[in-house]
Design a protein. Structure first.
Length: 180
């Protein structure tokens, strides 16, 4: 049994990418409260790896008002649920034009479990071939580039990469390589 019970819920906002709801809750001691929850579909994050090179994307992230380097990642539009591996291949193709011979799941993430229900799957993409990106309108300012693993580590340490999902995914990659 959950320690917190949902008594009622109401949708506050909805668009093609997320919903925001407010839940009336009852705590284990019987006291009442509320939770604001952002519901988003499952995302896929892809680490394109070619030897010692990693492929990153850079785009303007409106909520933080800055351009950010990160790994390929995204969800399906219209709040759709797509099998994570299929979503990973699609996001890789859309954002970078790359196609992967092999996609291996490295781990799973929860973005911000105190705020959102969104979960994600991290994939390693290898056996890459170049192609033309198929970006969505929101991605029109996106840039892509290859970086050495040393460069990516430096970008994380200097704060040039601040995306929490990308940093967590890089940790999965290091653990995967350590096991090999």
């Amino acid at each position: 049994m959950d320690p917190i019970q949902r008594v009622a819920t109401r949708e506050v906002y909805r668009n093609n990418w997320m919903t925001v709801r407010e839940d009336a809750i009852r705590r284990p001691d019987g006291s009442d409260g509320i939770y604001g929850v952002v519901d988003k579909p499952t995302f896929a994050l892809v680490i394109p790896l070619d030897g010692d090179r990693l492929h990153l994307v850079e785009q303007f992230r409106y909520p933080v008002g800055a351009r950010r380097w990160e790994f390929v990642q995204g969800t399906a539009p219209d709040l759709a649920e797509v099998p994570p591996a299929e979503l990973a291949r699609r996001e890789l193709r859309e954002e970078t034009g790359l196609r992967a011979e092999t996609i291996v799941e490295l781990g799973r993430l929860e973005v911000a479990p105190g705020l959102t229900s969104q979960r994600g799957h991290v994939y390693l993409a290898t056996g890459l071939t170049e192609g033309t990106p198929e970006r969505e309108p929101e991605e029109q300012d996106m840039r892509t580039a290859w970086f050495s693993t040393a460069q990516v580590q430096k970008m994380i340490m200097t704060g040039e990469i601040t995306d929490a999902q990308s940093i967590a995914a890089y940790t999965f990659l290091l653990m995967h390589e350590h096991r090999a």
